[in-house]
Design a protein around this ligand. Structure first.
Ligand code: IPM
Ligand code: MG
Length: 356
């Protein structure tokens, strides 16, 4: 197959980790007879520096013209003092909204080789669940204002959800659960928020349409606790945008390192945005020590979800397995008896394994 992939290297460690994922994609293409072409796209801090805005319209259009989009990470201290609408993160949000990507899947799976890297004392029951995060609604996309009232500044962020927005992400969660262990936990704050009460009502309606899926509700504060107490209870967690942002970082750490976790963001079609869930890690940028696995696994998700290349995606996952078995680790997951490798060496090892 021929596929055009828009590639957003972004800021900080973005270019380093994306280079490794592209190398792995090239190996896959060679081995399985595909042709991938890459269209570089500026977004985030680099776009602010070069074009004066985090996501110029022409860049969004390049993404919309591609078959899928691979992203490293955006942001950094250099742009932290910029006004809200001129921050690198705004580019990411505009891209997600511009591409209509309402469904964000963030798998949290403990690779058994990384058990020692998990902060939990007993992970023998395994950790393997997926956070289904609503991505283009809620407080992230409500009206944001800062005004002066009675001589002091008052800031307001509005959170809203419509039934349609809740229902479409709910469906993704139930369908995802059907392909897994058939269990959905919907996380909300229905004891306080109207948006959560509507969320819960819509989820209950959907649950009736999926009688084969075990359904339960959980309040978000309890969910934060349950993730530490008994993470093995979860299969699919579905939640709104901000709760999903927070819980997916927590979930990722249970598996040893946020550097291992990929994500897919999709809308109605097959074109998606695939990125690791971590940020641009400016403190380690340019040192070739970042963990590229989250980005490489994001490329695997792209092959599977956007291009329907199941076998190719499995080959990447298998290669990650093999390389971890060999004891190769980047600094974030380094443990006794393992060999510490650079970002490039990790990418090479995974690519070599697929090519072999
Ligand atoms: C993520 C990130 C983003 C988010 C930031 C960079 C805007 O934390 O993808 O989880 O909050 O969605
Ligand atoms: Mg986040």
């Amino acid at each position: 197959m021929e596929k055009k992939i828009a590639v957003i290297a972004g800021d900080g460690i973005g270019p380093e980790i994306v280079a490794q994922a592209v190398k792995v994609l090239d190996t896959v293409a060679k081995k399985y007879g595909h042709q991938f072409t890459y269209e570089p796209v500026d977004m985030g801090g680099v776009a602010i520096d070069r074009w004066g805005e985090p996501l110029p319209q022409a860049m969004l259009e390049k993404c919309l013209a591609a078959d899928s989009v691979l992203l490293g990470a955006v942001g950094g201290p250099k742009w932290d003092t910029m006004p809200g609408h001129l921050r690198p993160e705004k580019g990411l949000l505009a891209l997600r909204a511009g591409m209509g990507l309402y469904s964000n899947l963030r798998p949290a799976k403990l690779w058994q080789q990384l058990s020692a890297a998990s902060p939990l004392k007993d992970v023998s029951k395994g950790i393997d669940f997926i956070v289904v995060r609503e991505l283009i609604g809620g407080v992230y996309f409500g009206k944001h204002t800062t005004e002066t009232v009675d001589g002091q500044q008052v800031a307001t962020d509005t959170m809203s959800y419509s039934e349609t927005e809740i229902e479409r992400i709910g469906k993704i969660a139930f369908e995802t659960a059907r392909k897994r262990r058939k269990k959905v936990t919907s996380v909300d704050k229905a004891n306080v928020l109207d948006t959560s009460r509507l969320w819960r009502a819509v989820m209950h309606r959907l649950a009736e349409q999926y009688p084969d899926v075990e359904y339960s509700d959980m309040l978000v504060d309890n969910a934060a606790m349950q993730l530490i107490k008994a993470p093995e209870q979860f299969d699919v967690i579905v939640t709104e945008n901000m709760f999903g942002d927070i819980l997916s970082d927590e979930a990722s750490m249970l598996t040893g390192s946020i550097g291992m976790i990929p994500s897919s963001s999709m809308g109605e079609g097959t074109r998606g945005l695939f990125e690791p869930i971590h940020g641009s890690a400016p403190d380690i940028a340019g040192k070739d020590i970042a963990n590229p696995v989250g980005t490489i696994l994001s490329a695997a998700m792209m092959l599977k979800y956007s291009f329907g290349m199941e076998q190719e995606a499995a080959a990447i996952e298998q290669a990650v397995h093999t390389v971890l078995d060999k004891g190769l680790r980047t600094g974030d997951t380094m443990a006794e008896g393992c060999t510490q490798v650079s970002c490039t060496q990790m990418g090479d090892a995974i690519a070599d394994c697929i090519g072999a």
